[in-house]
Design a protein around this ligand. Structure first.
Ligand SMILES: C[S@@+](CC[C@H](N)C(=O)[O-])C[C@H]1O[C@@H](n2cnc3c(N)ncnc32)[C@H](O)[C@@H]1O
Ligand code: SF4
Ligand code: SF4
Length: 458
């Protein structure tokens, strides 16, 4: 039986925004069918429909639902990694519900394997919960920039709700109330929800942790704290609000990560973006082109390619989780010193290739203190003519077991395969030759930095 975590993993394994590992392999597209909006955020401008501008709210052309469905089929035929189709503007999808749902219906009918994704300010969410569920829209993003109306009133100029315009604190109250209730209603139905919060210096920067906690409580799956992009012709631009620094974003993400999983790979895409998250191929798919090229959509070929990609993503995620768990165990097991193994053929130097080592010297290093722990005997990894990149798994497994309490290994050389094998088991290997003591000091300083990185082997 699958655990809840496995089920969620399966659901997000092909979603480039919900799964960090998937974003290297799977592509998304936004279809710009929703031009109108029912609120006014003080940072948003949709006036610039320039092909060179890449930020939310920007599009080259707004499409009718039937044009959007055709575009999806053309793109799906040419980009087999396409797994998600979203409506994210350029205005608000739920301020244009007929166009939005007609598009989703058309895509679900013609290309049912594509995941559907909706990005909204949440003002009208509660009205559409059933439709969202019926259409199998499995992923919804809600932008929540404040959970306190005192703060919200400085972010939203006004809202249009049930035929009436509201301003100030009253507008913020209605919006926040609807967003949080909408979020709760969606998560109760098992729909995965991501919350976007635009980080606005001097306005909601001190409020982010409260937002994170509030949305976690209502079942949000991931929190995407995104930097404000100060845009011409907006209230914030006129008031001199600045863009946040990347350090500020990193710090707030770290602070909030205790309460909720953070999305750190958002590219703040255009409302008509196409491709892998790092790229934008929207200029290739103009209305003119999509209406005139043949559709080459082949669901079977697409599925074969996507299954392979999904396997890769799942393998990567599993390894990452194992590494994290190992790191955690090592941190919990306690000492603030670092246990380091070195290879040597004598002279108090690291001067031996990992593959030729029949023993390792193990040390505990704590600031300026080095304590010799002992010698660990092993079978050497390279036997005769067998090279270091050839997998000698049983020997390697034994070595990894013998060094399992070490966080680091220093040797004069090591092949890629054993390096990766050890890395996957929480042992970072450094290639260096020289005096053992000096290398132990140096490398222990270096480890602090390496410990925050996860080395990727593609
Ligand atoms: C263009 S909106 C479309 C969806 C919907 N109207 C909404 O606001 O959630 C997509 C995302 O971009 C964000 N966004 C729009 N303009 C921005 C700006 N100038 N700086 C940072 N984020 C912005 C929105 O807050 C939202 O999270
Ligand atoms: S809700 Fe979205 S589209 Fe509307 S003003 Fe805010 S950012 Fe722009
Ligand atoms: S804007 Fe962020 S969440 Fe939306 S498609 Fe781009 S990367 Fe994904």
């Amino acid at each position: 039986m699958k655990t809840i975590n496995q089920e969620v993993e399966d659901r997000i394994a092909r979603h480039p925004c919900y799964s960090e590992d998937a974003h290297h392999h799977f592509a998304r597209m936004h279809v710009a069918v929703a031009p109108a909006c029912n609120i006014r955020c003080n940072y948003c401008s949709r006036k610039f429909d320039c092909a060179n501008e890449s930020r939310p709210g920007v599009v080259s052309e707004v499409l009718k639902p039937e044009e959007a469905v055709r575009k999806v089929l053309v793109v799906a035929g040419e980009i087999p990694q396409l797994s998600v189709v979203g409506v994210a503007g350029p205005g608000d999808p739920l301020a244009n519900p007929e166009k939005t749902f007609a598009t989703f219906r058309g895509v679900a009918e013609k290309a049912p394997e594509l995941k559907l994704c909706l990005s909204t300010n949440g003002l009208r969410l509660l009205e559409f919960i059933d439709q969202i569920q019926e259409l199998n829209i499995d992923h919804v993003t809600i932008t929540i920039n404040a959970v306190n109306p005192q703060i919200g009133q400085h972010i939203y100029s006004y809202i249009f709700y049930e035929g009436k315009k509201y301003k100030g604190i009253e507008a913020a109250e209605i919006l926040i109330n609807n967003q949080l209730k909408g979020l709760e209603a969606l998560t109760e139905k098992g729909i995965l929800c991501k919350v976007n919060s635009v980080f606005i210096p001097g306005i909601n920067d001190q409020h982010m942790e409260e937002i994170s906690k509030a949305v976690k409580k209502r079942g949000a799956f991931v929190h995407n704290i995104m930097p404000l992009i100060v845009t011409p012709d907006t209230v914030f631009e006129r008031n001199g609000v600045r863009n946040p620094t990347s350090k500020e974003i990193q710090e707030i993400q770290e602070k909030c990560s205790g309460s909720l999983k953070m999305m750190k790979h958002c590219r703040q895409c255009r409302a008509d973006a196409i491709g892998l998250l790092g790229e934008d191929r929207s200029a290739q798919y103009t209305k003119d082109k999509i209406m005139n090229v043949p559709i080459q959509y082949d669901p079977i070929a697409r599925e074969t390619i996507q299954q392979e990609l999904e396997l890769k993503v799942k393998e990567k995620s599993k390894k990452k989780q194992e590494r994290e768990a190992l790191k955690q165990r090592k941190i919990e097991s306690g000492s603030s010193s670092l246990r380091i193994a070195v290879t040597t053929r004598g002279n108090a130097r690291v001067n031996l290739h990992f593959g030729h080592a029949k023993e390792f010297l193990v040390f505990d290093v704590k600031e300026k203190e080095i304590k010799f722990v002992g010698v660990r005997k092993v079978q050497s990894y390279c036997v005769g003519k067998v090279g270091c990149n050839t997998k000698q798994v049983p020997i390697l497994a034994e070595t990894a077991e013998i060094l399992k309490d070490c966080q680091m290994l220093i040797s004069s050389g090591i092949g890629k395969a054993p390096q990766k094998y050890l890395q996957d088991r929480g042992i970072v290997s450094i290639i260096q030759s020289g005096n053992i003591e000096e290398l132990l000091y140096e490398s222990s300083k270096y480890y602090k930095y390496m410990n925050h990185m996860s080395v990727e082997y593609v």
